[in-house]
Write a new protein. Structure first.
Length: 393
């Protein structure tokens, strides 16, 4: 652990201990990554969170053209911060992303625009933004995406290539096993850890692994239910989730700050990379035991054995929401996720539980003897609501 000296060009010098983790073949990154998708109101807002991120020991920023004005605001905020002299040691590490499917020429233009907006000559990490379908993987490893990445590397415009994915387990596994990527961004959560084996596989292959929004997408843990607070006590659900992932070796956790105060916990945990302490282990055990008790023998173990459904009902994902609703009383979060089904393109499921025609094909496949059609019907009745929209796109 080295000492990080953050210096301003005035009189201020801040000494904090630097903790950086290996991230693929690229430059090392802080335990937390500043996500830029929640600071879209103004350049001043982006500046405020960027400055606070630096003071919190963060050196890694994640952005994307799909986040509206994020890259332009970021470019201006970086320039303004540079003038104050406030910088992480070694400078910022920047990750941006390109949506899959674009042609080679268009992709080149998009990459040049990214660099221009952020005001840099080279982006450290470029990810396929939402490698969610098989054709996206094809694009990246043998289509125009592959040619684009090679061109960008030859020109020195990018460091390493990775992907973010909301896709199926098997697709992500195939992407990792392709050995074409040096990092990945995945949904990894304390309350839903089914993708953790993929993260471990990626780490074994010396890829960097970034957890996508463990707070918001992990159950909106910044606004936890009373039940969740009680089950995690004496540690807050969000802190426990962060510590769980860091102790599992996840390279870095994204945190989409909209105000500087959103970074308080990142500041507190900027060096918290040690194994879980006994008190943390006990809280995690309590949490899981309490959830088990509420779910009784209706917990879906996420084994996927019930698939495929002839009506394409995504049984495990719907029952995962049920696990969160019954097990942790995350009503607002699960309602929001359920009602996004069919309204978020390839970023989330397109068919909800109402498509179940009770054919019964899935029932004998479930090793836990779950009454799947009945659970789906109940879940739909509890969660269906008015339509919601994604934050972006
Ligand atoms: S019972 Fe419903 S969920 Fe199960 S296979 Fe049939 S349609 Fe699909
Ligand atoms: S087979 Fe049963 S336990 Fe496994 S994912 Fe399907 S419903 Fe859940």
């Amino acid at each position: 652990m080295k000492k990080l000296s953050i210096q301003t060009n005035s009189t201020r010098r801040i000494q904090i201990k630097e903790v950086r983790r290996t991230f693929g073949n690229g430059r090392k990154v802080s335990l937390f990554t500043l996500g830029t998708m929640r600071a879209l109101a103004s350049e001043a807002q982006m500046y405020a969170v960027l400055k606070e991120a630096c003071l919190a020991g963060i050196n890694h920023i994640e952005t994307a053209p799909a986040y509206g004005p994020a890259e332009s605001f970021l470019g201006k905020a970086l320039e303004r911060l540079r003038k104050t002299g406030l910088q992480p040691k070694g400078g910022w590490v920047i990750t941006s992303k390109l949506l899959p499917g674009v042609g080679l020429h268009e992709g080149k233009q998009q990459l040049k625009s990214i660099l221009k907006r952020i005001g840099i000559k080279r982006v450290d990490n470029l990810a396929v933004h939402g490698l969610n379908r098989a054709d996206h993987l094809d694009w990246a490893i043998k289509g125009d995406g592959a040619d684009l990445f090679q061109w960008a590397k030859d020109k020195g415009l990018i460091g390493q290539i990775g992907f973010s994915s909301h896709g199926s387990f098997s697709l992500i596994e195939e992407a990792i096993e392709s050995n074409r990527f040096k990092f990945c961004s995945l949904h990894l959560h304390l309350l839903d850890s089914k993708r953790l084996p993929l993260a471990k596989l990626a780490l074994q292959k010396e890829m960097g692994v970034m957890a996508i929004s463990p707070a918001d997408k992990g159950g909106r843990l910044q606004e936890p239910s009373k039940t969740l607070i009680k089950d995690c006590a004496p540690i807050s659900p969000l802190e426990l989730a962060y510590r769980f992932l860091l102790a599992e070796g996840i390279s870095t956790l994204t945190l989409g700050a909209s105000i500087p105060e959103d970074l308080n916990l990142a500041k507190k945990l900027a060096r918290a990379e040690e194994p879980l302490q006994e008190i943390e282990k006990r809280s995690i055990q309590n949490l899981h035991e309490a959830s088990r008790e509420r779910l009784g023998n209706t917990a879906c173990e996420q084994c996927q054995a019930c698939l495929p459904c002839p009506n394409n009902v995504p049984i495990p994902n719907i029952l995962s929401l049920r696990n969160l609703l019954i097990g942790h009383h995350l009503e607002a979060f699960t309602k929001e996720r359920y009602n996004l089904i069919g309204r978020a393109g390839h970023w989330w499921e397109s068919i909800n539980a109402s498509a179940c025609e009770k054919c019964g094909e899935c029932i004998p496949r479930c090793p836990y003897n779950l009454p799947i059609p009945k659970l789906l019907e109940e879940t739909h009745a509890k969660l269906v609501d008015s339509p919601r929209r994604r934050l972006w796109g």
